[in-house]
Ligand binder design. Sequence first.
Ligand code: KIV
Length: 263
Amino acid sequence: MPITVRDLLSFKERGERFVMLTAYDYPTARILDEAGVPVLLVGDSVGNNVLGYDTTIPVTMDEMLHHCRAVARGASNALVVGDMPFMSFHTSIQEGIANAGRFLKEGGAHAIKLERPSIEVAAAIVDRGIPVMGHIGLGPQSVHAMGGYRVQGRSEEHARKLLDEAQTLDKAGIFALVLEGIPAELAARITEAVATPTIGIGAGPHCDGQVLVINDLLGLGFGSYPKFAKPYADLRGTITGAVQAFQADVRAGTFPDEAHSYR
Ligand code: KIV
């Protein structure tokens, strides 16, 4: 049975931890879907993980929809969530609703995610029958305003502000809430205080679910990984090894051999 937004609430009610992973293309989406991952996020992190941008800021609606369609084609069971890119829901409520609708109509997504949204925009999109995942704490779209990728909510005053934001979004009817880059104790407080399931990244172990960027999980990154990301594989090393072996075979004249040639 395909996963729906209601299943995430049931996970929380049953105390069953779950995962969300980012996916940006058809084969990855298909592998993750077949591995039983319940939620696939077509994150705007496609910008720095796939498209070669330094940040998520340049990512456009057209780029997001292109990747969303590919992921939707690979997902039979998983809930597909499209991430609204920078400036696609900031200038007016109408524009936010229209762009959210495009993710469902053109992108094949089942829901959308809003990073640090105004409550008015989030509530208006929920009101149009589009499931909304919120995202608070460290918002990479605000990297310049934050002066870098910094842990948020360290002071009691800021922690209270984030708790407040979480409760307001919860009341507006979001179906899940990403908590990024906040202290574990604050994530635990928020998770306890809201009905909606929380999904943490760099937010400690007390969230209802956990999300990672697939490139980090698979060891496909360049440079060092953030403290919160755990590579479970070394695909960059595996790819490099395979490509070097192929080059060596071609140079030595051992590929293609009899088994890989036609007569
Ligand atoms: O774009 C993304 O990958 C995200 C996750 C880190 C939650 O927003």
